[in-house]
Design a protein. Structure first.
Lengths: 195, 195
DNA sequence: AGGTTATCTGAACGTTTGTTCAATATCAAA
DNA sequence: TTTGATATTGAACAAACGTTCAGATAACCT
């Protein structure tokens, strides 16, 4: 028994990343074994090493891909020049994107401590890049006199934490639709920045 | 070699919980071995089992103790009848208490997934109890007409997420003191609830 | 001083861990 | 149809895992 019928790296590769993300998010990086991932994919543990040099690289790949896509998706929709409109875009985008990728978000916030210092620095840098996008909006609004903020850096952290928190309680088919949640959060953010 | 000089359960017991908390917070529950905890305490792994029936019980003990103390500490200071004053008390209390116990807070938000269903339910119930304390403040303010909230449940989750987020970036000796941070966050919360 | 209890060691247990690799079957191209 | 590249198995490795326990020493009580 060796190569399996219908086996292709373009199929197995993504499948490994998908199952690893699912399992890491559910049980935690350290709690999931390579054999568990392999079983979920439908291969033996040894086969995983055709796709990743080791377990940590698998995690780094997931985290980096997520952060890259997050930043790219935001830059693809960011348009408005009006600070208030741009802030609303950010609020709605962040909630929507994070809800669509709950597992990746969970990983990005939880498993940084399992990274080597070099890998940690890479992910942290991407996170900072994203945060700076929001901070730039807040500053531009402050300069234009439409926002009243005691501290733009703290406001950045506060808003991101608040928005990301939606992931911890939101359940599809619950009392409120995604769109309604976006609207309610935008209302709170708008008031908080004094716009 | 058997019992060590100066050995006492009143010393070793707390020491085990303290080191376990430190290590779990730093590396994650699954990533820390009983031998690592024992080494940090200065005993052999077998000695830990005089203090806990198993590894999960050690984690549950830490989580439950933290939640109990959080709720007790809040109820010990909660006094004001004015909704705005009470909300300010809550904001300042939450930031202060959570910064003082960063490790326990980190654990409480990260390691629930490593609990058995029964233990999970216990901790989740305590968390809900705490959240309800904030929601009651928001509702009383809304009834009194001093807060304008689109949704008191969402506002509860949003405010708690925002406040807890301070733990992810605050560093002692940084640009801002704890008191200054409390004041800035209170300003944002106050505006967000329309008070 | 002697007996009892509390505390800890150190070795052992069966499992599971991440990772490597020779052997082998399938796929794609010629 | 042959050939070479690709994809996978399954066994093996040493190390580490959570947990148990008989034996040994220190502390406490009378």
């Amino acid at each position: 028994m060796a190569r399996k019928a219908g086996s292709h790296s373009e199929i197995t590769g993504p499948k490994i990343r998908a199952e690893a993300q699912r399992l890491f998010a559910r049980h935690g990086f350290a709690a999931v074994s390579m054999r568990q991932i392999a079983a979920a994919v439908g291969v033996q543990a040894g086969a995983l090493y055709l796709y990743t040099p080791d377990k940590e690289a698998l995690l780094v790949d997931l985290l980096k891909t997520h952060m890259d896509e997050l930043i790219a998706a935001w830059r693809a929709i960011s348009k408005s020049n009006d600070p208030t409109a741009r802030l609303e875009e950010f609020v709605r985008f962040h909630i929507r994107f994070n809800l669509e990728r709950a597992e990746a978000v969970f990983l990005s916030y939880m498993e940084l401590r399992n990274l080597s210092p070099e890998n940690f620095a890479v992910i942290e840098d991407l996170r900072k890049t994203y945060e700076t996008e929001l901070e730039a909006i807040l500053k531009s609004g402050q300069d234009a006199g439409v926002f009243q903020l005691p501290d733009s850096k703290l406001a950045t952290m506060a808003i991101i934490a608040m928005l990301t928190g939606v992931n911890t309680w939101f359940r599809e088919g619950g009392r409120l639709s995604r769109d309604k949640v976006e609207t309610i959060y935008w209302d709170m953010v708008r008031k908080a920045v004094g716009a």
